[in-house]
Design a protein around this ligand. Structure first.
Ligand SMILES: C[S@@+](CC[C@H](N)C(=O)[O-])C[C@H]1O[C@@H](n2cnc3c(N)ncnc32)[C@H](O)[C@@H]1O
Length: 276
């Protein structure tokens, strides 16, 4: 059976998605997934062809809910606790003590996980901070997690995880902060609510501005899905959102020096961090 989405129209909707979210879909990798989604969504909405679906998406989506459905279908949300763990160690051993020593005592230290997917990254940040213990005793630390996909944000707030998601957490840390359930693990009560989760599109300047300024921004394993122009735009957004002296940390396959030259790159052990 033919899909409602033709190959020509894949290019059209692909450009629309790219303009709004920075996500670059390719025919060979994404056509089938997107075509299946449009078939099932059009059936739910009683729309008999792609033109009607695309019209609704562009011109009748005042509250953005149709665009949200589309985003929830096309994002890649792969993540797990303690992924690229050396970066969390650099955070607690180098970055936090340095910022704590230089910031006025009354100022909270703010960390953004952007994108946070189902919450494993911002909760890993929290786990490292509470395990390290010293800075958090003396200073308020706020962690904010954002993602364009509303389904992952809901899961992050519920904080229930599969065995696979927690596989890299050392057993003693797991025992201290999680409760074992019949299926998987649940984040313990002490850490429930420790991250402020929000659905935010990184390209939406007004939404990003509302989040305020940060001292550290984690942005791992998202820029790989963008092209050069979008990466540059995101890097400059982060630059604007950072307090002077603040840091950005990227995924292992992502390099700021290939995107913009406004940050000062520093190597701590084998980890690259980027300072404003
Ligand atoms: C592979 S996950 C990375 C999660 C985590 N940072 C990690 O490294 O494990 C990529 C996430 O980027 C999010 N994303 C993609 N485009 C986005 C955008 N324009 N704004 C916000 N989040 C976006 C996706 O929804 C997805 O959850």
């Amino acid at each position: 059976m033919a899909y409602l989405l033709s190959k020509d129209n894949f290019t059209k909707i692909g450009e629309f998605i790219y303009r709004k979210s920075g996500i670059h879909l390719t025919m060979d990798k994404h056509y089938e997934k997107l075509a299946k989604f449009i078939d099932s969504r059009s059936a739910e909405l009683g729309l008999e062809n792609f033109r009607k679906y695309f019209f609704k998406l562009r011109f009748e989506d005042k509250d953005g809910s149709e665009f949200q459905e589309l985003m929830n279908a096309v994002t890649v949300n792969e993540t797990y606790f303690f992924r690229e763990k050396d970066q969390f160690e650099v955070l607690v051993n180098k970055i936090l003590p340095e910022l704590h020593a230089s910031l006025p005592a009354s100022k909270p230290l703010r960390i953004l996980s952007s994108p946070c997917s189902t919450g494993e990254e911002p909760y890993s940040i929290i786990l490292h901070i509470v395990e390290e213990g010293k800075v958090v005793e003396e200073r308020d630390i706020e962690v904010v997690g954002i993602d364009i996909d509303s389904t992952v944000i809901k899961k992050a707030q519920i904080a229930k995880y599969s065995d696979r998601a927690i596989h890299a957490i050392p057993k003693d840390i797991l025992g201290r902060w999680f409760n074992k359930k019949a299926l998987g693990y649940e984040l313990g009560e002490d850490l429930q609510g420790s991250v402020d989760f929000q659905v935010v599109n990184i390209f939406d300047k007004a939404q990003m501005h509302k989040l305020g300024k940060f001292d550290v921004i984690f942005s791992r394993n998202m820029l790989i899905y963008f092209d050069d122009a979008s990466r540059k735009e995101v890097a400059m957004t982060f630059y604007d959102m950072l307090n002077p002296g603040g840091y950005v940390l990227l995924g292992h396959a992502e390099y700021m020096s290939r995107i913009v030259s406004v940050f000062n790159a520093k190597k701590v052990d084998s980890t690259l961090i980027y300072q404003k």
